[in-house]
Design a protein around this ligand. Structure first.
Ligand SMILES: NC(=O)c1ccc[n+]([C@@H]2O[C@H](COP(=O)([O-])OP(=O)(O)OC[C@H]3O[C@@H](n4cnc5c(N)ncnc54)[C@H](OP(=O)(O)O)[C@@H]3O)[C@@H](O)[C@H]2O)c1
Length: 343
């Protein structure tokens, strides 16, 4: 029986908890995987802890009716780090907000968990971007895993695809559409909507935040390019090393001109290995309509891996969403379950 504690009870971990609840029987039947949730740490929504296991049905009902966990009988005022250390969990699910400058608060959570010999699964891009070598070393020293499939393409396989399914191939290049918001805006612009109106629509639909800088200036895509370079190509680059241009300068004229040339403008994250070095970039590019990436529309994401044995392999799927990103956490947990086979 795996004991799991969740840190940060926002969209993703709510989606993840719903999957665990709905799939409880099938996870046991198919994978012999059993779990109990021993804590949820979230200072604003309310933290709860019970090392013997919380009643997930009751917890979700309470959250659905009250929007927080403050009246839960197992409510605790302990801080997130104390909860990580005292929850008796084997696996910490870290889903707090991404901070690309400091990695906090996730970085401290992950360090505390790994140091206490707890596995970590996370969708938080900040700690991966800021401190992957340090965290990977800490995990290794403590004989536990630090997995983060969901940081690129949410539950659509990307890191696992490259490391597991394409094992043995040399991956020379990865290029793709890794930010749904900008692809949504470019899709609307191609239909004749102005950049401003398309951005407004993306905000209304919840794709773009009130401050859209992270998406439209390419920061979100840049961190994903950095992660792909570090994890798949094995080169430790920093986010500042990713050459970055967003979509704010793209006009409808540019889009029409590209169409005349049989192409579409897409914001492309690209990582390429040449002569032992790795170059990573994010930029709007004209992609010929014959290329699979040209036909990825709306908020969908896609990655094309250029390999020696298979040529180009393209994966297409969602890059965000509660359940979609919760699925990435489940994949990582099942990988830990398979490896450590603890029942
Ligand atoms: N949503 C997606 O589709 C998606 C896809 C891929 C990756 N991600 C990444 O996954 C992570 C979670 O995303 P999300 O959409 O679930 O974000 P979210 O809804 O904003 O959830 C983050 C949660 O973390 C809580 N939190 C903040 N500081 C904390 C602390 N010190 N201790 C414990 N909890 C804390 C927040 O609490 P308050 O809000 O109450 O302050 C919030 O409930 C982010 O890093 C995001 O970049 C998200």
């Amino acid at each position: 029986m795996w004991k799991i504690a969740i840190v940060g009870f926002g969209n993703v971990s709510q989606g993840f908890l719903r999957i665990l609840k709905d799939k409880k029987e099938s996870l046991k039947e198919r994978y012999n995987f059993e779990y109990s949730i021993t804590a949820i740490a979230d200072p604003v929504k309310g933290s709860v802890m019970n090392a013997s296991g919380l009643d997930v049905d009751f917890l979700m009902e309470l959250f659905d009716s009250e929007g927080n966990l403050k009246s839960h009988p197992n409510r605790t005022d302990l801080g997130s780090i104390d909860i990580i250390e005292r929850s008796e969990a084997d696996i910490i699910v870290e889903t707090t907000i991404t901070n690309l400058e400091t990695g906090e608060p996730g970085l401290s959570h992950i360090k505390a968990a790994l140091s206490a010999k707890k596995h970590v699964v996370s969708t938080n891009k900040g700690p991966v971007s800021v401190a992957l070598p340090e965290l990977a070393k800490l995990a290794k020293e403590n004989h536990v895993e630090y997995l983060f499939e969901g940081v690129v393409l949410s539950g659509t396989p990307s890191i696992n695809l490259a490391k597991e399914a394409l094992a043995g191939c040399d991956i020379k290049k990865v290029m793709g559409i890794v930010n749904g918001t900008t692809n949504y805006i470019l899709t609307r612009m191609e239909e004749g909507t102005s950049y401003e109106d398309a951005l407004k629509k993306a905000q209304e639909l919840g794709y773009a935040e009130a401050d859209p800088t992270g998406d439209v200036e390419g920061w979100d895509a840049a961190v994903k390019a950095q992660v792909l370079a570090n994890v798949i190509m094995g080169h430790q680059i920093k986010i500042e090393d990713v050459q970055r241009t967003g979509i704010t300068q793209i006009t409808q004229e540019d889009i029409k001109d590209a169409a005349k040339r049989g192409a579409r403008i897409k914001l492309i994250a690209e990582v390429e290995k040449t002569n032992g070095t790795v170059k990573a970039s994010v930029s709007p590019q004209e992609i010929p309509l014959s290329h699979p990436l040209a036909n990825i529309m709306d908020a969908t994401n896609a990655l094309t891996f250029t390999t020696d044995h298979l040529g180009d392999v393209t994966i297409v799927g969602p890059g965000a969403g509660r359940v979609e990103t919760g699925q990435a956490l489940l994949t990582d947990i099942l990988a830990i379950h398979r490896k450590y086979c603890k029942i």
